[in-house]
Structure formats: C-alpha cells, structure tokens
Write a protein that binds this ligand. Structure first.
Ligand SMILES: [Zn+2]
Length: 473
C-alpha cells in the first residue's frame, strides 16, 4: 500500500465542523500537504528568513530577490517544468500567497524577471540558503549517529545535466563530437555543456545535496597552483578547460570547511590517485575510493599478494541472499604520489539462488584515514552505497525533478538555480523522512514514485487554496 495514503495525515488542516468563526484560516495556513510542508519549512528551517538574505545586483527591482528566490525554490519543489509554465502562476492568488506577498499585490510581473535575477544573484547568499538548512539539521542532531562505523559519508561525482550543439553561453565547456550532417556524412561538431562535481551526504535512510562546483572553462578557471602537479588523466596544458579532478579538489576543500563534521569521502575510480588521496589526508578526511586499474599501484601490489588465494573472510547475507568473499591487505605504501599507508579491500558478491545474477560482482577499493578502521565487510557496504549519488541524486533529478531543463542560459544563473533546487530537495527530504517518517529506503522499492505522488498532492493543494482566498475587493 502506498505510504502516503496509509499514514494518517496528522497535521493536515481539514475543514472543521461547527461555525465559520471556529474554522481555521486556511488561506493563511495553507491546505493539505503543501500547508503542512510550508509550516514545517518555517518552523524547523526558518525558510523565509533564510531566503530574505538572498541578494542580487538589479537596481530598484519591482520584485525583490528573496521573492524571486522563493519562486525558484517552489518551481523546484513543485517540479514546474519551465519558467514558461511558471508564468501563469505569477498572477494567480494562491501562488502569490505562497510567495508571502501582501494581499494587494496582483502579479509578480513577467517571468523573464526570474532568469534576469538569477544571472546576477550573489551566489554566496543563495548558497547559504541551502547549506544553512543542512547545518540547521546538524545542530538538530540529525547526523550525530553517523552510519557504518559511526562515520558521516560524502559521495562526490561528476554530473552533466545537459548539452547542446546549438546554443551556448560564455561559461559553457566545449568538446567535439561526431555527428551526421544533412546528407548523412560524418562531421565533427562543437558540443556545448556544463559539467559539475556534486557532493552528496549519503546515509542509510536518505541522502542530501551538500555542495556543487562547476568545471571552469579555460577563460574562467583560476590559475593553477604550481605545486599541485599533474593529475593523471588530466595532464592538460593551462589553456584547456578544467578536468573533473581539479574542480573536485576545490569542492571537497570547501565541503570540509563548510561541514566540519563529515568524516569520509566516497568516490569512483577517477579519484583513485595520489593527489586526490593527499588532498583528503590534508583535510583529515578518510577515503573509500573504487579501484579499477589492475596495473596501477597499490592495487597491483595487492593483487600480487592475493594471487589465487581463497578469500580471507566469507559471509552469507541471508536477507539479500548473497554470498560475500573478502580479501584485505593493510599498510601498502607502493603508490609513490601518496605519502602514507593505503588499505586495499576486494569484495566478491555472488547470489547463489538467483538465476539472473550468475556472474559474481567484484569491487576493489582503497581505504585511507578514518575509513581504514572499517571492517572489510562494512567497507564493501560503503562502496556499494556510492550508487546513492547516481540514483537518488542525478537520476531522480533528471527523471523526476526538472534539473536537466535549461531554465537559464548562463553559468552563474544555473548555479543560483541549482542552489535553490538543492534547498528544495533537502527540505523535502527532511519533510519526508523526519516529519512524515514514511519514506524510509527500506519501506518500498519505488520511493521516487511515492514522492512524485506527494508532489502531485501539493500541486492540487495549491490549486485548492484558491477556494479559501479572502475577498480581495
Ligand atoms: Zn553555458
């Protein structure tokens, strides 16, 4: 049964019995799930106060930056597919009410104002809305217990929401792709895109968007510090666009500075190199990094030691019907670009009872810093949880949310938009898992569909709110 329907709507204000005077002011409070959500966002996260600090550089605007930021927040939350689709709402009373505007305000004006404001928004003020929400949750002790080994895990990964061969902005990255021209002849075309590195807090029940950093173009990238040396796979001359590792190192430094309580970074094989592991060590962060290249150290040394030996540990996971084999070696110092010991773990998973999964799946990983104290079995769990960033993050953001729609064709404008969408994503996540407590990962496989239904309910609630509008005459 669908958890939304199953659970009694504890806080939903329904029309009360009795006299009109006794009835709650539904116009003021909002109705249904949407009303419940807005009250939660205010009470727990002081959303309006946080948005009130958003600033942009327009002169004497008709509609303030905080109001437009709020409009973008709800565009993300309610999954409005484009600013064109948002336009009619700009003169509808329920939406104006949601924007917390005075009763006599008839319209928010033209929707182009939103993209104009996004382009010139002070990014730090809009970033603070999103990180403030996560930091508030931390003060509310939401993450105190940690996850495996009582540690807090951040997954990082590259993300490319969209690309185009037609239109671009000054901050677009460019690459050449093979295409077919009108006559079907292969040609080399220029393709423009924006690419980011995203940091996501991953946990047993839910995941949160922590931070985002764009890969900069050759014109906008900061000058490279000579000491950083050349990163593998990225030995590009200075005049090239940035690679993912460069942006990721900038990102992870800021993530640690912002959220001092995080413990371990989880990342794919692109990050299995000395410079990145050294960055983590300098920041006192542990690492659980996928290792794939058999010929690269220290995986090469580990494989040589393990040879054809049987696993050191074996387990049967009855719940998942899996058989686990683990190989483990500590203190390898064969990676010359990293000054310290690296533990290497290999885990092989077989599903003896499943005809679909006959080939075993193998993971190899490097464990550094605090992460090296995990048991091999826990380490395998962590590395397998890396899919959270691709599943609850990127996949959901493009298939369910509208993160892949080009709302604004401008690098800074996009970042401002993503920060506000992250804020909406995070408040909604807390609302689902902390307030409604009915969406735990364990409670059903199709969590995203359930969330979509909740959003549909909220859209209906917004339309319904019109019926409770006070007489505007
Ligand atoms: Zn662009």
């Amino acid at each position: 049964m669908d958890p939304v329907r199953r659970r009694a709507p504890t806080e939903v204000v329904e029309l009360a019995e009795g006299s009109v005077e006794d009835a709650p002011d539904l116009w003021r409070l909002g109705v249904g799930r949407l009303g419940q959500f807005t009250r939660y966002a205010e009470k727990v996260f002081a959303l309006t106060r946080r948005l009130s600090h958003v600033h942009d550089s327009r002169r004497k605007p008709n509609t303030s930056a905080p109001t437009l930021a709020r409009a973008v927040f709800y565009t993300g939350l309610l999954r409005i597919r484009s600013f064109n689709a948002l336009e009619p709402k700009f003169s509808e009373r329920p939406f104006l009410h949601l924007m917390d505007l005075p009763k006599d305000r008839q319209s928010l004006g033209c929707v182009d104002t939103v993209s104009r404001a996004l382009r010139v928004m002070d990014l730090e003020t809009v970033r603070r809305v999103s990180i403030g929400i996560v930091q508030q949750a931390e003060r509310n002790k939401v993450f105190r217990e940690g996850w495996h080994g009582a540690l807090r895990y951040v997954a990082i990964d590259g993300w490319e929401p969209f690309s185009s061969t037609q239109r671009h902005c000054e901050q677009c990255l460019m690459r050449h792709v093979r295409r077919k021209d009108g006559k079907g002849e292969p040609v080399l075309a220029e393709e423009y895109y924006h690419r980011y590195v995203v940091a996501m807090l991953i946990g047993p029940e839910f995941d949160l968007a922590l931070d985002i950093e764009p890969l900069r173009t050759k014109e906008t990238r900061p000058p490279r510090v000579p000491k950083a040396g050349k990163f593998r796979g990225e030995s590009l001359p200075r005049e090239e666009d940035e690679g993912e590792l460069t942006a990721a190192i900038r990102l992870i430094r800021r993530v640690k500075e912002t959220y001092g309580w995080i413990d371990v970074v989880v990342a794919d094989a692109l990050y299995a190199n000395g410079p990145f592991l050294t960055t983590l060590k300098d920041l006192d962060l542990g690492g659980v990094i996928v290792a794939r290249k058999d010929a690269d150290e220290p995986l090469k040394a580990a494989l040589r030691v393990w040879g054809a030996r049987p696993a050191q540990q074996e387990f049967d996971d009855e719940e998942r019907e899996e058989h686990l084999e683990l190989w483990d070696i500590v203190g390898l110092e064969t990676l010359s670009s990293y000054d310290g010991p690296i533990r290497v773990v290999r885990g092989r998973v077989t599903n003896p009872n499943s005809p679909k999964h006959t080939t075993p799946k193998t993971w190899c990983m490097f464990l550094t810093g605090k992460a090296a104290r995990l048991t091999a079995r826990k380490a395998l769990e962590v590395v397998r949880a890396r899919w959270h960033i691709e599943n609850t993050g990127f996949h959901q953001w493009t298939t369910r949310w509208k993160f892949d729609h080009v709302f604004v064709r401008d690098g800074d404008g996009l970042l401002a938009l993503y920060w506000l969408f992250f804020a909406a994503f995070n408040v909604l996540t807390f609302f689902l898992y902390r307030q409604l407590r009915s969406y735990g990962r364990a409670r059903g496989k199709d969590v995203t569909r359930t969330i979509s239904r909740l959003i549909d309910e909220m859209q209906d609630d917004l339309a319904r709110l019109g019926a409770f509008a006070p007489d505007s005459s």
